[in-house]
Design a protein around this ligand. Structure first.
Ligand code: UD1
Length: 422
């Protein structure tokens, strides 16, 4: 397995191009299952999770063609030859469950392996399944698989989610586009990735209203046609790279960044004493001299502070002046980076969903272990800030969500290299 070696202490200067959003692409790709016509996604990120979704779709009969080194993906689901999402693929990536709704809507039946738990918590899919039932599907759980059937097709319904779930909103939205009648999703997720999905589906002929708010209304249609759609900018990659000059000092412009994708995060950077400027080409972050101020952060569904940036923000706050409190409200076990950061000299106390971080003058390089996707990159950020060398082991998580991380940071002056595993 590869490792990343970071030698800290260099201020960063330059620009970093931000890719299309992994999480948007992972929900846009299953939309191909809704139509006999090809759909093309441009601005796709080149990541292993995207390849995994491609493999899953191919196993269902979709032809997936990748061009421009993976930046353009064309998917044609003229014939669905298999309606089972197999355990071997689903277990690698939880987002695989997003094929359930579209398969059910198009073919009236679907079998999908349950994704199981993952490092950051139990993460059940009960809300996805309840939404499918509300749309008229019969669901049975057998041998670790969801067996779903809707012999008469899906029927529109009002679905009120008990709390916000990005994935369940996406699955319900995908399925409802081809259901008979009207579906109303209440307490729906409002993330930019949901808006991107809705816009793609509308361009395919779907009738959708209210996306971006917590009530989405979908009027079912008989068929959807092909489309070419650009994937929205990855706000999590954006926030991560905005933190790079924040931890090291310097100035970096994140090309393609837009404040509206990441407003709550920018407010926190501002409170911590950093300057964020919207330019013609993106978002520019500058840290001149001066300490980082301690701040409190609570993760929430969009438009709140994203849970996917909590680990990276913690890396910054490790050297802030004073004590910061981070509260994780989305996932129950998402502080696994804390003990790794502590190995680098950070002072962090975790108590349930709260982490108290007391800033230290300087972090010190150490060998550390990546435990999940966002934790991995938080360790790289910490390594950039630290004195000496940090070896981040087990970086396969990183490759699921960040393309060419060494190149993007290296171009701004970071001393970072990949060490190939045996
Ligand atoms: C998506 C993102 C992930 C991000 C998360 C929250 C993708 C591929 N992944 O994950 O990066 O961290 O949103 O912004 O887009 N839950 C249930 N039952 C369900 C579904 C969810 O209890 O059926 C719980 C989860 O365990 C979690 C909370 O709801 O505690 C929110 O999860 P959800 O918004 O569904 O996250 P994902 O869609 O899995």
């Amino acid at each position: 397995m590869d490792s990343i070696l970071v030698t800290g202490g260099t201020a960063l200067h330059g620009e970093i191009p931000i890719a299309g959003a992994k999480n948007a692409c992972l929900t846009l790709m299953p939309a191909t299952l809704l139509s006999e016509d090809p759909i093309t996604l441009t601005n796709a990120p080149r990541l292993s999770d995207i390849k995994t979704m491609g493999t899953l779709l191919e196993s269902l009969g979709t032809e997936v063609t990748s061009m421009q080194d993976g930046k353009v993906l064309t998917m044609s689901s003229h014939n669905l030859t298999n309606l089972t999402a197999d355990y071997d693929i689903v277990r690698k990536m939880r987002a695989s469950i997003l094929v359930l709704g579209p398969m059910l809507a198009r073919a009236g039946q679907a079998i999908a392996s349950l994704p199981g738990g993952c490092a950051i918590g139990a993460r059940p899919v009960d809300l996805h399944l309840k939404a499918m039932e509300a749309l008229g599907a019969q669901i049975e759980l057998r041998d670790g698989y969801v067996h779903a059937k809707a012999p008469q097709g899906l029927k529109g319904a009002t679905i009120e989610f008990p709390f916000v779930s990005v994935g369940a909103t996406e699955n319900a939205l995908l399925a409802a586009t081809l259901a008979r009648g009207t579906t109303i999703l209440k307490q729906a997720a409002r993330e930019p990735e949901i808006v991107d999905l809705a816009e793609c589906l509308i361009a395919m002929g779907a009738q959708i209203d209210g996306h971006g708010t917590s009530t989405i209304t979908i009027q079912g249609v008989d068929r959807l046609h092909g489309v070419t759609h650009p994937v929205v900018t990855d706000r999590i990659e954006l926030g991560t790279y905005m933190l790079a000059p924040a931890v090291t000092g310097g100035e970096v412009e994140c090309i393609g960044g837009k404040i509206e994708l990441i407003e709550a995060f920018c407010e926190k950077l501002d409170a911590a004493g950093l300057s964020v400027e919207q330019t013609q080409r993106g978002l520019k972050v500058k840290r001149t001299n001066g300490d980082i101020k301690a701040i409190n952060v609570t993760t929430e569904p969009f438009p709140g502070f994203p849970t996917d940036l909590q680990a990276q923000m913690m890396a910054l706050l490790c050297t802030a002046n004073g004590t910061s409190v981070l509260e994780e409200k989305i996932f129950e076990n998402r502080f696994m980076h804390a003990p790794e950061l502590a190995r680098m000299g950070a002072q962090i106390e975790v108590n349930g969903g709260m982490a108290t971080v007391t800033g230290v003058e300087r972090l010190k390089g150490a060998p550390v272990m990546a435990t999940d996707l966002r934790a991995s990159v938080s360790l790289i950020l910490a390594g950039l800030a630290a004195e000496g060398e940090t070896l981040v082991n087990r970086v396969y998580h990183l490759d699921r969500g960040y393309e060419r991380v060494e190149e993007k940071l290296g171009n701004c002056g970071a001393k970072i290299e990949r060490i190939k595993g045996q």
